[in-house]
Design a protein around this ligand. Sequence first.
Ligand code: PMP
Length: 439
Amino acid sequence: MSGFELPTDRADLFSLGLKLLDKDYFIGQFCPEHGVDPTDLFAKTEVFGGLMSELRASGRFLFGMPVVSKPGPKVIIEEPDGNQREMIMFASNDYLGLSAHPEVHAAIREVVENYGVGAGSSRVNVGYSGIHRSLEAKLAKHWGQEAGLLYPTGYDAISSTIAALCGPNDRVIIDASSHSCIIDGARRSGATVRMFRHNDAKRLEAQLKRASDKGEGAILVVVEGAYSMDGDIAPLDAFVPLVKKYGARLMVDEAHAIGVLGARGHGAVEHFGLEDEVDLIGGTFSKSLGATGGFVVGNAAVLSYLNYLSTRIVFSAAFPPILAHGVSKAIDLMEADGGLRERLWENIRYFSDGFRKLGLDLPEVEVGAVPVRVHKDGVMVDFAAELYEAGIYAIPIVYPSVPHGRSMFRLAMQAGHTTEQLDYALSVFERLLKKYEIL
Ligand code: PMP
């Protein structure tokens, strides 16, 4: 151990714990400041472990508690002492409740005996099954593109596509609110990476102009269809003409938009009717489709190139074929049952209107999660702990996930939340927002 003393105040401890989840901060600043021996590779892990144990013992570290019931709007979680607690879930991205859908389960049962549990190897080896092939064909057809390509996860689909397509001569332009997989892929590619202010078409154009004025390589713009932390969607109708004007390519990560936006739930590209204008669409099966795995759809030649040059396809086992079959059923349900999406949107509107009636300044919510901005960083620990005590599972979002002073609760909605559950949550929030002088 370095002899570093952990803060005794629980709020400070919690804030420090969250800051330490940023590896660059932990290794770059925290370790040198606290005299952690840089020549011992494992020394920092002891300091980290000590801190995490204290955080857990303080009973205020809400991350990673095991859920021991079926997924859904109400779950049972198990606390470190074995106590089980029923909670209303506002932290799951299973927006449509398809993870627990009996028809998805039946589809998986149908194929498990013939296909086994795991893929057995990577897609380019023997991990590619007939089920994977038909899911790729379905994705291409339904998303209006030439071809589809599956990846083990959504993170892989986005990061590996960027890393495989771009090189040191190229420039990748990304939104300032980009998910880690976009930043990771852009950095790994070796290209010059530029960011523009969140959803700001003028700033995007400035970066496009700058990028096209110098350098010989190509330009790729990557944005998300829906930003679940910011609560808004990308103005793709404004972005597309700009990307074309500067001869760049556009990729949209639809992770949080699938199941939430578009007439059939395909995402923001469908919402804007831009299926023919966007170069690549990527997504995940881990949110509205209730499973795991990722995909990219687009031009067949590009996808064939990606199939052999994406490290996350070549060097990782394909995701289980049984899940591919479950995802295929989940897509059918998502497309056919517009009622699921309608219920989700009724809940989003009801809940966000409820917060507005309480007096909270909440702009129109365009995505599946309601952002409740608390702003006061210092109250987040106690606020989150009291929500927890009241049976509301909502993860606090604090620095470094958001800038200082922009602390918030991101309340992920589900089609299956009942009005009683939402009313109860609103009453608890009302009490706490008043108590902490946010209202
Ligand atoms: N893109 C975005 C915008 C995401 O939010 C996420 C998941 N948090 C991913 C990609 C990664 O998806 P997966 O869970 O399938 O790895």
